[in-house]
Design a protein around this ligand. Structure first.
Ligand code: AP5
Length: 198
């Protein structure tokens, strides 16, 4: 099993690249943002509660997203590995994920962190806001609030993985194909290392 965390600020391309990577490597995509938007679409109590935070550009409470990821891991014992997109976003989430993966006798192989200049992030998100209907892309204040939340609560997650030598920065600006190539090179190495061990 190869488990990858695709890390990076809002708009860095995690979702875009995950969609391509799951096709190439046969991994399962777990995006907490997508799971939460699906709950909102279904108007579940969890979705309605989460929406209050998401519309302000704030993180949803840890226990909500940890519970969602735990259920998904349990429901998919046959998966060849996971790409985590938008999770973990706090150190508490990272610690919870370590425990959940240990129970499955597996772990995170690498955290691949997409680096994109802030002005480009803002441009990408506002641009998507024009057509996607995502309420958290609707204006610059909300987009900037998401980026502040990232710096305050999510960026420290890097240290959690860097201490195990699992954190790798990837240039996240350029064409989607160029970035896919850089990510693919890293994942190919991890897959080869895994095959050698088996
Ligand atoms: P989530 O859905 O995870 O959103 P996000 O991380 O804020 O970022 P995005 O999905 O907007 O960006 P992305 O990095 O995936 O980039 P994308 O590929 O989409 O979370 C939404 C909210 O849910 C959070 O704010 C929070 O409230 C809550 N939440 C989710 N997970 C949580 C958690 N674990 N804990 C607590 N709360 C949580 O690309 C963005 C745009 O850029 C697209 O239009 C794309 O076409 C474009 N683009 C991508 N790559 C390129 C490129 N190379 N060149 C030009 N444009 C590009």
């Amino acid at each position: 099993m190869v488990n990858i965390i695709l890390f990076g600020p809002p708009g860095s391309g995690k979702g875009t690249q995950s969609a391509n990577l799951i096709n190439k490597y046969g991994l399962m995509h777990l995006s907490t943002g997508d799971l939460l938007r699906s709950e909102i679409g279904d108007q579940t109590p969890l979705g309605l509660e989460a929406k209050k935070f998401m519309d302000q550009g704030q993180l949803v409470p840890d226990e909500v997203v940890i519970g969602m990821i735990s259920s998904k891991l349990e429901a998919n014992p046959e998966a060849r590995g996971f790409i985590f997109d938008g999770f973990p976003r706090t150190t508490a989430q990272a610690e919870a994920l370590d425990k959940l993966l240990t129970l499955k006798k597996t772990s995170i192989a690498a955290v691949l962190a997409l680096e994109v200049p802030e002005d480009e992030l803002i441009k990408r998100l506002l641009n998507r806001g024009l057509t996607s209907g995502r309420t958290d892309d609707a204006n610059e204040d909300i987009v900037k609030a998401r980026i502040v939340e990232y710096h305050n609560k999510t960026a420290p997650v890097a240290d959690h993985y860097a201490k195990y030598g699992k954190f790798k920065k990837i240039k996240g600006s350029g064409t989607v194909d160029e970035i896919f190539g850089l990510l693919g090179k890293e994942i190919d190495k991890l897959v080869a290392e895994k095959a050698e061990k088996v």
